[in-house]
Design a protein around this ligand. Sequence first.
Ligand SMILES: C[S@@+](CC[C@H](N)C(=O)[O-])C[C@H]1O[C@@H](n2cnc3c(N)ncnc32)[C@H](O)[C@@H]1O
Ligand code: SF4
Ligand code: SF4
Length: 361
Amino acid sequence: MLQDIQFAAYQGSNHLVQKASYALDRNLARPNKISVLITDACAARCTMCDIWKLQAHNELTIDEWRVTLDRLREWLGPFWLVISGGEPFQVRYMFDFLAHCRDIGIKTKMSSNGMFLTERNCDRVLEVGPDFLSLSIDTWRKDVHDHHRGVPLFDKCVDAIHNLRARDESIVLGVASIIMDETYPDMPETARWALDDLGVDRVLFQPLYPTFATDEGIDPQWFERNPHWPHDADACSDALETLRGMKAEGRAIWNPDEHLVAMQYYFRDPASHPRPDECMVRYNTMNIGPRGDVNFCYTVDTSVGNVRTVHPRDMWRSHLAKQVRDEMKDCKAPCLLNCYRGHSLRDQVAMFRFFLERQGA
Ligand SMILES: C[S@@+](CC[C@H](N)C(=O)[O-])C[C@H]1O[C@@H](n2cnc3c(N)ncnc32)[C@H](O)[C@@H]1O
Ligand code: SF4
Ligand code: SF4
């Protein structure tokens, strides 16, 4: 318990130092959002994401990851690590990676398409994590989800959630859905179904972005040509309004209310609505790619170093990192992806309490 209180106190004070860094435009804090894109490999065939077309090559080995995780842990104390990809469970050593995180006191949150969550792998999840598993299910309608994913994944996700939940009440499970033309009318029912019928703890809605792993977003009018862009902004706004109502009634919709509001504007015209909150990524975030390159944000994708050759702490404090921070200062991108958003201190405390109650932190 004492350790948990120390962790919360450290996170709280670091959050305030991050705010001061932003206000003074000087790097005084340490990051508290560390995320890894562990692989480019993915066997799905999604229509809104082209990562599956990438060739995984020269990716970090488990030994290289162990060194990096140890360095981060030593530098930052206990922290939450967000794991995404590609498909993380497609990585041969994924469970060794998770076991190492658990051994050294790093909490893990993972996004997965569910493809490899066989019964055997669910057993491993219950042994070593992730502590928070978010399954990507874009709508409660199986045929629509499977059509977008290009392969049948819906039943795999549902079976895995039932399997995990039936055997461990303490595992934290989520569903993440992309808001697209074909899915936005379902949003309220998708949230209700995921929370009540599947029994997950959290539902998160992600605005459609330019197709991942393409340069579609270079064109500010990309959305006019993207087949998944919701073409009826009023109807999309109404569906988001219904979600706001559900959230106000206490349903576990993970997006902050201001994020749901910002998305109502975003779907009217993403190009003319820069993110409404301050962009803190250069003072709170480190993203590590499959080959070890580190950036602060996936859009301004300028590397500040590689974990194969530089200690993350030295990168964070480097002259190059300062240059990249300067470059990012005036960025006005319409930036509403959940991974770019900061969490208020209140949200961080709520999340900490939730995990403490559920898992003893
Ligand atoms: C790139 S995936 C990697 C993890 C895993 N393969 C999965 O699908 O959950 C991370 C998240 O991005 C979402 N995503 C994919 N393409 C997107 C797009 N064009 N706009 C917004 N979110 C997208 C996925 O649904 C998933 O929740
Ligand atoms: S969204 Fe996930 S499952 Fe789909 S192609 Fe991208 S990485 Fe693969
Ligand atoms: S795209 Fe721009 S606004 Fe968005 S996280 Fe990156 S630097 Fe910040």
